[in-house]
Design a protein around this ligand. Structure first.
Ligand SMILES: [Zn+2]
Ligand SMILES: [Zn+2]
Length: 289
C-alpha cells in the first residue's frame, strides 16, 4: 500500500473566510492504516475529497483542544457512523478529550437515539474508544509507533507534537508551538516534519482584520513559531523535508508561497513544501517497496 500525507486543512486559527483555506486537519496513510491528525472544521469533507471512505475511519489523533484542531471531531465520527461505520474508532487526545466527546454525545443525543431505533444502527457510544495520552509512547501496534512530546503553546499546557514511525518512514507533526528546540531531537531524522509557521509581516494585518488586535497579537507571538524558527528546527533535526503548515496568516492576498519560502530559506536549505488544502505528499515506506 502506498504511504501518503494529505494536508486537509492548512490554516492556523479557527476563522474561515470566503475563498480561504480550512483549519488544521491532516490525513496520514501509512502501514495500511488511515490516520487522521487533528479535526479542524472541514476535516470530514477533506477526507472524502481525498478519497477516504468514512467507514474506514480507524485512528484519530488530536494534538490539543483548541477549536481549530478539534471542532469537527464529533461531527466527523457521527458522519462516519451515518455512512455505515461499524468498527471501533480510537481517538487519542490530550486530557479533556473524553469530556469533549461526552459533551458531543450529549448534544446529539436525540439524533443518536432516534437513528438507533429508527434505522437499526449500532450504538455510536459503543463504537468509540477515547485514549487520553501524555508525553511518551502513545501507541505501538503492528509496526506502527506513535510518540508524543509536550510542546510550548501557552496558555495551553496539554499540547503535543506527534511522531509516527512505520517501516523506516517517519512523519512528525509539531502541533502548535512557539520555537521549541527539544522538538529537533524529537523529529531527528524524520522523513517529513510538518511544522506550524507564522509570517511576521502578516500578523499585524491579520489582527487588524480580526478585531481584537493587541491581545490576539500577544497570543500569536507567545504561542507560535515564525517560519524561520520552523527552519531552524528542521535544520537541527536533519529531516528529509520541511512542510510548513498551520499558516498564519493563510489567506492574506499580499502573501504567497514565495514569501514563506524566502522567510524559511534563511535557516533551512533542504526540501521545503508550503501547505495548501488538499496537498498530497508521497512517503517512501520500506514496506511498500
Ligand atoms: Zn491552532
Ligand atoms: Zn493552538
Amino acid at each position: 500500500m502506498r504511504a501518503r500525507l494529505v494536508l486537509l486543512g492548512s490554516k492556523g486559527g479557527p476563522a474561515i473566510r470566503p475563498g480561504g483555506p480550512s483549519p488544521t486537519a491532516s490525513l496520514l496513510e501509512i502501514g495500511d492504516r488511515t490516520i487522521v491528525v487533528d479535526c479542524g472544521l472541514g476535516v470530514t469533507r477533506g477526507l472524502t475529497d481525498a478519497g477516504v471512505s468514512l467507514k474506514a475511519l480507524h485512528l484519530v489523533f488530536i494534538t490539543h483542544l483548541h477549536s481549530d484542531h478539534v471542532l469537527e471531531l464529533g461531527p466527523l465520527i457521527h458522519t462516519a457512523w451515518t455512512a455505515g461505520l461499524a468498527t471501533t474508532v480510537t481517538v487519542f487526545g490530550p486530557p479533556g478529550t473524553r469530556d469533549y466527546w461526552q459533551g458531543f454525545l450529549q448534544a446529539m443525543r436525540f439524533d443518536i437515539d432516534i437513528r438507533i431505533v429508527d434505522e437499526g444502527r449500532p450504538d455510536l457510544r459503543q463504537l468509540v474508544d477515547i485514549v487520553e495520552f501524555q508525553q511518551g509512547e502513545v501507541l505501538r501496534e503492528g509496526g506502527l509507533t506513535v510518540s508524543a512530546l509536550r510542546v510550548d503553546h501557552p496558555p495551553v499546557t496539554e499540547c503535543f507534537a506527534l511522531r509516527f514511525d512505520h517501516a523506516g518512514a517517519s512523519v512528525v507533526f509539531s502541533a502548535d508551538t512557539a520555537y521549541f528546540p527539544p522538538l529537533a531531537d524529537f523529529a531527528r531524522g524524520a522523513d517529513i516534519l510538518v511544522h506550524e509557521a507564522m509570517l511576521a509581516e502578516g500578523v499585524d494585518r491579520l489582527v487588524a482584520r480580526t478585531g481584537n488586535g493587541a491581545r490576539l497579537k500577544e497570543h500569536l507571538l507567545a504561542s507560535h513559531s515564525f517560519a524561520g524558527d520552523a527552519g531552524r528546527i528542521a535544520t537541527a533535526a536533519g529531516v528529509g523535508r520541511l512542510l510548513l503548515n498551520h499558516l498564519i496568516p493563510a489567506d492574506d492576498p499580499a502573501i504567497g508561497a514565495a514569501d514563506w519560502v524566502a522567510a524559511t530559506r534563511k535557516s533551512w536549505a533542504g526540501a521545503l513544501t508550503i501547505a495548501s488544502d488538499g496537498l498530497v505528499v508521497e512517503i517512501a515506506d520500506d514496506s511498500s517497496a
